[in-house]
Design a protein around this ligand. Structure first.
Ligand code: HEC
Length: 106
């Protein structure tokens, strides 16, 4: 409880300081978010576009793999007919390996 009160006090204090600063040096009211206007991950767009011709993306999330495993899998999907050039394939493999990594072996 005491911690919460202190947190409030500190927040109040910094809000006051912030106000003082804003008056001394006019700043835009709301700074833009760091990723404002950034496009969604292009690799995700590729997955949504090229990996859903034959099945849902659920099948992808359901089978985490190592980077090598994703490389083999994507190569096998390309053999089946997935439309990805080498560059797109590399992006998709990197994205899948990052997003659906194999659980650590224990
Ligand atoms: C041309 C059709 C087609 C496209 C395009 C396709 N797949 Fe598949 N995929 C299949 C078929 C058919 C199966 C089921 C047969 C199997 O598991 O061997 C499958 C199965 C899978 C599985 C489950 C495999 C397993 O062993 O658990 C995953 C994961 C997968 N696909 C991911 C992808 C990804 C990622 C892409 C995009 C790069 C993709 N697929 C594009 C046809 C396709």
């Amino acid at each position: 409880m005491r911690r919460i009160l202190i947190a409030f006090a500190v927040a109040g204090l910094s809000a006051t300081c912030g106000l003082g600063l804003a008056q001394a040096q006019p700043q835009p009211a709301t700074p833009p978010a760091p990723d404002a206007g950034a496009p969604a991950d292009p690799a995700l767009a590729l997955v949504k576009d090229r990996c859903t011709m034959c099945h849902d993306t659920d099948i992808i999330a359901a089978t985490p793999r190592t980077a090598t495993g994703w490389g083999d899998l994507v190569a096998s999907m390309v053999r089946r007919g997935a439309q990805l050039n080498d560059d797109e394939k590399a992006q998709v493999v990197a994205y899948l390996a990052k997003t659906y990594p194999a659980p650590a072996a224990d």
